[in-house]
Design a protein around this ligand. Structure first.
Ligand SMILES: Nc1ncnc2c1ncn2[C@@H]1O[C@H](COP(=O)(O)OP(=O)(O)O)[C@@H](O)[C@H]1O
Length: 290
């Protein structure tokens, strides 16, 4: 992690110049997505052990459109696996609300649904990685990064990603979810007031999602993200298709992409995601291995 943070910080201009697009085409099934450097026959449950320092922890990435639930599922996996969940959107929002030198510039970009510059993102990310390193963190689940081919190439120069989880949901539901999203201004937890019941259409199955309501202590402190308005959500979706969908192909071509169609809300999706990741009895396996 320290090396990664340093590399981002010191080598950024060089890495940026060197980054070039790659275009090969292969696809993998979920069962083929086992990090290549793992022990034979081990599942993705166990961190790699051929690192020069002895071992390293999970290095996973979450992809998916705005509102799909990257933060929710990355956060849950982070608690389960004991690796930090690092969301670049959160880093951007923290910087934005800090009234630091960048905050004005960031506010304008974020509130229009645009992407902030690679330079700013790599700076925020290296600061976050350094802070984590000093607390003894290792591994990561990245959420909202990489978001462009260039960011993916620079990340690849810096370290090896084991697995990329691509969460998928139909667009009408994504919009409803973004518009229903609320955040507690005190504890920072995310909730959703939308009660979704989307009929089967255009080849998509029917999908229902119950609202995720706040507990009483949060309900009077809910705020809406300034970029969760319908025009800005549509712009973020447009930018995702243009700039971030190619990142899905980038990792698909590396055989690291696991597609996951969300079947419903958290109660339906979380157990299915654990199953797809072969983590459904992770707690038991971990204690057996200890
Ligand atoms: N990797 C990134 N590159 C550029 N901009 C980013 C990145 N991550 C976050 N941002 C900025 O922060 C905003 C919020 O990010 P995030 O919370 O991940 O939103 P979303 O709900 O659209 O996935 C983005 O719209 C963008 O302006």
């Amino acid at each position: 992690m320290a090396a990664l943070a340093r590399l981002f910080k010191t080598q950024f201009p060089f890495l940026l110049r060197r980054s070039l697009s790659t275009t090969t085409t292969t696809t993998a099934t979920v069962s083929e997505i086992q990090p290549q450097r793992q022990r034979p026959n081990s599942s993705i449950l166990f961190p790699l052990t051929d690192d020069p320092k002895g071992c390293r922890n999970f290095q996973w990435v979450f992809l998916g459109c705005p509102g799909v639930g990257k933060g929710t599922y990355a956060g849950r996996l982070s608690s389960l696996l004991g690796v930090p969940h690092i969301a670049t959107g959160d880093l951007v929002r923290e910087e934005l609300s800090s009234s630091g030198p960048l905050s004005h510039q960031l506010e304008e970009i974020v509130n229009q649904g645009k992407l902030v510059s690679d330079e700013i993102i790599f700076n925020l990310l290296s600061k976050r990685l350094e802070a984590g390193e000093s607390k003894g963190e290792s591994g990561f689940i990245l959420d909202g990064f990489p978001r462009t081919i260039r960011q993916s190439e620079i990340l690849d120069e810096a370290t090896e990603i084991d697995l990329v989880i691509n969460l998928k949901l139909r667009e009408d539901v994504l919009i409803e979810k973004c518009l229903g999203r609320r955040i507690c201004s005190e504890c920072g937890k995310s909730f959703n007031l939308a009660s979704i019941n989307a009929k089967a259409e255009n080849g998509y199955p029917e999908i229902t999602m119950a609202p995720l309501l706040p507990p009483p202590q949060c309900s009077s402190k809910l705020i809406t993200r300034a970029d969760d308005t319908e025009p800005v959500v549509r712009e973020r979706l447009r930018i995702y298709k243009e700039q971030s969908e190619p990142v899905e192909d980038y990792y698909r071509n590396q055989g690291k992409l696991m597609e996951f169609d969300l079947p419903g809300g958290i109660p339906e999706s979380w157990p299915k995601l654990l199953e797809a990741l072969n983590l459904d009895d992770y707690g038991d396996k971990r204690s057996a291995a200890a």
